[in-house]
Design a protein around this ligand. Structure first.
Ligand code: SF4
Length: 376
C-alpha cells in the first residue's frame, strides 16, 4: 500500500471542523495544536510534526478516513450502502434493523477482511469489496450473480458500464421479459470486476431500482409504508375496483406474488396498519413499502374474479386424475413446467399426461365435462 500518511494536508484541514470516523478522532484547538484519539492512544497539545509522527503509527485509520472523505455524502443512502458493503458501522442506523444482525467490523479487522474481499448479497447480486493493491485505502467492488459465486472470472461476460445492468436485468435466462425487477429470475453469467463505489451503487440501482433508498429509509426509521387498503382506496379508473377484493383474497394475493420465491423485496405493507397479512413478508435486506404496479394490475383481475358467485359442479374423475389436476396447478404455480421431461410420465404435469387428460375429459367446447348442480 502507498503511504497514506504522505499527504496529510486534507486531514489537517478537516481537523478545523473536527474529524470523527471509525476510531480516528482529531481536533485542532484554538492555539493551533491538535488532540488525537485512536483506539490505542490519546494525545493532546500536539504540534503538527508530532501529529504527523503519531499518525504514521495508524496508517489504516488515516487511509480509511481518506477513502470515506472522498466518498463524501454524509447521511446519504449511497454512503450508507457502501459502508454496509464492507460491514463498517452505520452511523445513521436508528432502528434495530435486520441488516445489522452481523457484527460491524472496526478498521483493523475490516482491513484484514478487505484484503481477502468482504462479500455481501443483495437479492441475487453478490458484491465483493476489496482494497486496491498499492492504493491509499481506495476500494473496488466486484459484482456478479450469486449463482456465479464459484465461477472463474474468465468464464463470465465482462461488463464495465453500470448501465449494462439495465440490459442484463431486462430478460431472464430463457429470454423472457421480466416485468418485476426484483423477481428472483435475474440471469447469471456476467461480471463487473472493478467498480468504483459510485459505479457500484448505480449498477445496483439499475438491477433493483429504489432498493438502496428504501433500505436506507428503513435503516433511519423513516420508511413510510402504504398498506393495502390505503393503496387500493386511492386507485381510480380501471383499478378503482381493487378495494373490493376481500380481505382473505389479499392474503392469497400476497402469497401468490410477494413471497421470497416470487419477489426478493421484503414485504412490509400489510392489509392495514393494525391488520397483518398471514403470508411471510420475506427475509431480504431491502423492504417493499407499498403494493407495486404488478400486484395492483393482478388485483384488478382477482377483484373481478372474486365478484363471481360460487357454484357447485359435478364431474367424473378417477382419484389419480384428481391428483393430477393438483400436480398440474402446482407445476404451473412453481414455474416448473419447463423442467418436466417429456419421457417422465410419472409426473402429473408431464405434457403427454396433460394432453391425455384433455383428450379424455374435455368436451367439444374445450372445457372439463361438468354438470352444474343445484345448491341446497
Ligand atoms: S408488492 Fe409484492 S411483488 Fe410487488 S415489489 Fe412488493 S413484495 Fe414484490
Amino acid at each position: 500500500m502507498a503511504d497514506p500518511t504522505s499527504d496529510l494536508e486534507p486531514l489537517f484541514a478537516a481537523a478545523d471542523e473536527g474529524v470523527a470516523l471509525d476510531g480516528l478522532v482529531l481536533e485542532r484547538a484554538a492555539d493551533g495544536t491538535y488532540a488525537l484519539e485512536t483506539p490505542t492512544a490519546d494525545h493532546s497539545a500536539l504540534a503538527e510534526d508530532e501529529l504527523r509522527s503519531a499518525l504514521e503509527s495508524v496508517p489504516a485509520l488515516v487511509s480509511n478516513w481518506r477513502y470515506w472523505d472522498a466518498i463524501g455524502g454524509e447521511g446519504t443512502a449511497r454512503r450508507a450502502f457502501l459502508r454496509w458493503c464492507e460491514r463498517a458501522p452505520l452511523a445513521d442506523a436508528t432502528t434495530a434493523n435486520r441488516t445489522l444482525e452481523d457484527d460491524p467490523l472496526e478498521v483493523p479487522e475490516r482491513y484484514d477482511a478487505l484484503d481477502e474481499g468482504i462479500v455481501r448479497e443483495w437479492g441475487q447480486l453478490r458484491i465483493t469489496a476489496r482494497l486496491v493493491d498499492g492504493g491509499e485505502g481506495e476500494r473496488r467492488y466486484e459484482l456478479r450473480h450469486v449463482d456465479d459465486a464459484d465461477r472463474a472470472r474468465e468464464e463470465l461476460e465482462p461488463c464495465e458500464d453500470p448501465r449494462d445492468a439495465r440490459e442484463l436485468s431486462t430478460d431472464d435466462g430463457d429470454g423472457r421479459y421480466r416485468p418485476l425487477k426484483t423477481a428472483p429470475t435475474l440471469r447469471s453469467g456476467w461480471i463487473f470486476s472493478e467498480l468504483s463505489g459510485r459505479a457500484l451503487v448505480d449498477a445496483v440501482e439499475f438491477f433493483y431500482p429504489a432498493t438502496i433508498a428504501n433500505w436506507h429509509r428503513e435503516l433511519r426509521g423513516e420508511l413510510d409504508v402504504d398498506h393495502w387498503l390505503e393503496t387500493a382506496e386511492r386507485q381510480t379508473g380501471i383499478y378503482d375496483v381493487i378495494d373490493e377484493l376481500p380481505r382473505e383474497a389479499v392474503g392469497w394475493m400476497a402469497e401468490a406474488c410477494c413471497v421470497d420465491s416470487q419477489c426478493l423485496r421484503r414485504r412490509e405493507w400489510q392489509y392495514d396498519e393494525d391488520d397483518d397479512l398471514e403470508p411471510p413478508g420475506g427475509d431480504g435486506p431491502f423492504p417493499c413499502r407499498e403494493p407495486c404496479s404488478l400486484v395492483v394490475a393482478a388485483a384488478r383481475k382477482w377483484a373481478i374474479l372474486e365478484s363471481e358467485e360460487e357454484r357447485t359442479y359435478e364431474l367424473e374423475l378417477t382419484t389419480s386424475e384428481l391428483n393430477q389436476l393438483a400436480e398440474l396447478i402446482d407445476a404451473v404455480a412453481d414455474g416448473r413446467t419447463g423442467e418436466i421431461r417429456e419421457a417422465d410420465v410419472n409426473d402429473g404435469a408431464n405434457r403427454y399426461r396433460a394432453r391425455y387428460l384433455r383428450a379424455k375429459r374435455f368436451d367439444e367446447n374445450g372445457g372439463l365435462e361438468a354438470t352444474e348442480r343445484e345448491r341446497n
